[in-house]
Design a protein around this ligand. Structure first.
Ligand code: HEM
Length: 443
């Protein structure tokens, strides 16, 4: 383990070495990072230790860190030195320049403060019944006795939930169209992301279609914002859009463009991530009959602590997002190495969460480790950390727990094959390659 020394430098930069790392062409490193990150980062960690450097497009200079002490210090570091918004620039073409995910410092602080109230404890309790209701409706449609892709069902479910939370909508022709166009915008692969950053690619093929879908969803979202501004029941509404329209002061209100960026961000950030976490729950539970039996009992007994432990263990063993990013605005020291300004420092969530130095028997799915005190916010980081920690973490845990209850109360799950599914990077999330296929029977 390295000495924990992540801090802005005080003039002795030249005396420290830079982190070690592979010396292969940037194009090869980029392809491996995009397609095999879950293997590559663990391999480099074994070879070079907890701090190493590599190069990828478009960030270029990247330093991966996986010592919990270093990560803790990075998350607590000055927001003027460590820019998460700049680290998330890859998302800007869709989420926008005002998004809580792509901004930094004062701009980020202002938006984050406005977005926080709808995701605090009291508000979360208010959403629980709605989530349980949507979950019941979705899982009642699951086919008995034949294999199906549970991930697809979870995408439908979490999309419906996030639309209700963010826009407060249920029916209507505009919303049906929004469901279709936003569904298309959200259904993105790594290839699509390349197109976001290249105006010429956007004139052809799938990238042109993506661009058109994005423009159409923007029109629909702006129309929704305009209608909502004058809605007679605005003051009573509890959805995020209505709350944002009433937040702020007279001199500081969110513009339509700022509102649009937050809506798209929440819809994107809150949908695929949660669907993937749930898909991994079904993948793991279907292969662990004893744990599944314990979880079914917890569902019957309303033992939310155990259900939440199942959700957390799936997120540990199968991290939905493999790493987060902070771009440095000045030179820093990390683990005894010199890291220049303009470097993207990446806490490697996936490496920490499967590191045998951090977790006993890390490849085993064992929710009990969340009940016996052997995990903590140092070695379990699926939601990142510090002032940029996932805004929807509490919501996501509540949602996953409710869906676990709805499914395990009704069905028994078995895998369609005993072999585990491969991990497939899909844009920024890491998904089960065959869609978490399961076969269910009634309990
Ligand atoms: C299992 C589900 C989820 C996972 C694994 C997840 C993971 C993450 C991660 C790793 C980050 C980056 C944190 C960092 O840089 O330190 C993040 C940020 C964020 N997430 Fe989530 N997330 C999930 C669900 C949600 C939901 C349901 C919402 C909204 C309803 C949401 C909204 C956001 C937002 C707005 C940010 C940006 C926060 C900021 O930069 O201040 N996420 N999430």
């Amino acid at each position: 383990m390295t000495a924990s020394t992540l801090r802005p430098q005080d003039g002795q930069a030249g005396q420290l070495p830079t982190p070690p790392g592979p010396r292969v062409p940037i194009a090869l490193q980029s392809v491996l990072f995009a397609t095999q990150r879950h293997r590559l980062l663990r391999l480099l960690h074994r070879r070079y230790g907890s701090v190493f450097a590599f190069q990828v497009f478009p960030e270029r200079d990247v330093v991966s860190i996986s010592d919990p002490n270093d990560i803790k210090e990075l998350f607590a570091g000055p927001v003027t030195t460590f820019h998460a918004g700049e680290g998330n620039q890859i998302l800007k073409p869709v989420m926008g320049e005002h998004s809580v995910l792509t901004t930094d410092e004062d701009e980020h602080r202002r938006i984050r403060a406005l977005l926080t109230p709808p995701f605090t404890g009291a508000a979360l309790r208010g959403y629980r019944a709605m989530v349980a209701d949507i979950a019941e409706q979705e899982v009642a449609r699951w086919p008995i006795g034949r294999p199906f892709r549970s991930h697809t069902s979870m995408q439908r479910l979490t999309f419906e939930v996030i639309l209700r939370v963010v826009l407060g909508v249920s029916d209507g022709p505009r919303l049906d169209e929004l469901r279709r166009t936003l569904g298309g915008v959200i259904d993105i692969s790594s290839l699509d992301i390349f197109g976001w950053h290249n105006a010429r690619m956007q004139r052809v093929g799938r990238w042109r279609r993506n661009r058109e879908l994005l423009l159409r969803s923007d029109e629909l979202l702006y129309a929704e914002i305009a209608d909502r501004r004058v809605a007679p029941d605005l003051a009573e509404r509890t959805d995020v859009l209505s709350r944002l329209l009433q937040a702020g002061t007279e001199e500081d209100v969110l513009t339509d463009a700022e509102l649009r960026d937050q809506l798209v961000t929440l819809l994107l950030a809150g949908h695929e991530t949660t669907a993937t976490a749930l898909a991994w729950c079904w993948h793991e539970l279907s292969r662990s009959p004893e744990t599944q039996a314990a979880a079914a009992k917890a569902a019957d007994d309303a033992d939310d602590r155990y259900l939440e432990a199942v959700a957390k263990e799936a997120m540990r063993l199968r991290p939905v997002i493999y790493e987060v990013a902070r771009r440095t605005t000045e030179p820093v020291t990390v683990g005894g190495f010199h890291v220049p300004a303009g470097t993207t420092v990446m806490p490697a969530i996936g490496v920490v969460q499967t590191d045998p130095a951090q977790h006993d028997d890390p490849e085993t799915f064992r929710p009990e480790r969340f009940l016996d005190g052997s995990t903590s916010t140092r070695n379990w980081l699926p939601f990142g950390g510090g002032v940029r920690r996932c805004l929807g973490a509490g919501f996501a845990l509540m949602e996953v727990t409710e869906v676990l209850r709805a499914v395990l109360g009704r069905y028994q799950l078995a895998p369609d094959r005993t072999r585990r599914e491969q991990v497939k990077p899909r844009n920024i999330t890491f998904t089960p390659a065959r869609g978490a296929r399961v076969i269910i029977t009634n309990r």
